[in-house]
Design a protein around this ligand. Structure first.
Ligand code: SF4
Ligand code: SF4
Length: 253
C-alpha cells in the first residue's frame, strides 16, 4: 500500500482550507489551550469553578448531535498537532480493543470531574477565563513547558500507534462526541454525514490512503456503510476521490 504522502492527487480548495485551519488552530494554542484542555476542567472543578473548557465541551456535545466529530476534523489543536506531523507517521491504527480505551478514559474523566465538584462543595461559579491571564492561556514558562510536554506526548502516541492515534485511543473528547453521534443515530434526526455512490467507484483506494484517521473508506463505500465512530467528518476522502463518489450530505436515518 502506498503511504499517504506518496499519493499524488489534485488538492481541492476545501482540502487546502482545512489544512490552513489546522495550522491556525495549532498556532493559536498559546491563546486557546485553557479553553480546550480536559485538565483545566479538572483544575476548575477542584475549586468548584465551571471553566471555559467545561462550557466548550457542553457545546461540542450538542454539536455532535448534529455534526458528529466535525470538531475533531476541522478545529481541534490536538488533532492538528498529529495531522501536521503526519508525514512522520506511516502506520494506521489497527481496529480492535485499543480503540475502546478512549471510552474508558472518558468515563473515568467525567467521574473524576463529578468527584472534584462534590469535594469542592458543588458548583460555586462560572469563569470562562479560568486560569488565563487577560484571556491568554500560556502565561508563564512553566505552563509553556507543560503544554509542550503534553503535545509531545500526544504526538508520540500517534507516532507509536498510527495516524491520529491519540484521537483513536485516548482522547476523552472523542468519547463525548461519539456518544452524541450514537444518540443522534438512535433518534435518526437529520445530521451532517457522508454519503457515497458506490456505482461510480473505480476501486483506486485513494480515499483509504488519504483518510487522516486511517479508516478503510473504500470498504465503507463498497459496504454502503459510511458511518464510523472514528470518522471525524474531515471530508478528505470526498476531496481526494477522483470520481466524486463521496460527499457531505444532511439527512435523517
Ligand atoms: S472517512 Fe472521510 S471524512 Fe471520515 S475521517 Fe476518513 S477521510 Fe475524514
Ligand atoms: S471512493 Fe473514490 S477514492 Fe475511494 S476507491 Fe472509490 S473511486 Fe477511489
Amino acid at each position: 500500500m502506498a503511504e499517504p504522502d506518496q499519493v499524488q492527487q489534485p488538492q481541492s480548495s476545501r482540502l487546502k482550507i482545512r489544512r490552513w485551519i489546522l495550522i491556525i488552530t495549532f498556532l493559536l494554542i498559546p491563546v486557546t489551550i485553557f479553553y480546550i484542555s480536559p485538565i483545566v476542567i479538572m483544575m476548575g472543578a477542584s475549586e468548584g469553578i465551571v471553566t471555559g473548557a467545561f462550557l466548550l465541551y457542553i457545546i461540542l456535545f450538542i454539536l455532535s448531535l448534529f455534526a458528529g466529530r466535525i470538531w475533531c476534523g476541522w478545529l481541534c489543536p490536538m488533532g492538528a498537532c498529529q495531522e501536521l506531523g503526519s508525514p512522520l507517521i506511516k502506520k494506521t491504527v489497527k481496529e480492535g480493543w485499543p480503540n475502546w480505551i478512549k471510552y474508558g478514559v472518558t468515563v473515568l474523566w467525567i467521574a473524576a470531574i463529578a468527584r472534584a465538584f462534590l469535594t469542592a462543595g458543588g458548583m460555586k461559579g462560572v469563569d470562562p477565563l479560568y486560569g488565563t491571564v487577560y484571556g491568554i492561556s500560556i502565561s508563564s514558562v512553566q505552563i509553556l513547558m507543560m503544554v509542550v510536554m503534553i503535545f509531545a506526548g500526544i504526538f508520540i502516541v500517534a507516532f507509536l500507534t498510527g495516524r491520529r492515534g491519540f484521537c483513536h485511543i485516548l482522547c476523552p473528547i472523542a468519547g463525548i462526541m461519539v456518544a452524541g453521534r450514537k444518540i443522534r443515530n438512535l433518534a435518526g434526526w437529520p445530521a451532517l454525514q457522508l454519503s457515497a455512490d458506490a456505482d461510480l467507484c473505480i476501486d483506486c483506494n485513494t480515499c483509504s490512503k488519504r483518510c487522516p484517521m486511517g479508516l478503510d473508506v473504500h470498504g465503507m463505500v463498497r459496504e454502503g456503510k459510511m458511518e464510523s465512530p472514528d470518522c471525524i467528518l474531515c471530508a478528505t476522502c470526498a476531496d481526494v476521490c477522483p470520481e466524486g463518489v463521496i460527499q457531505y450530505s444532511i439527512h435523517g436515518k
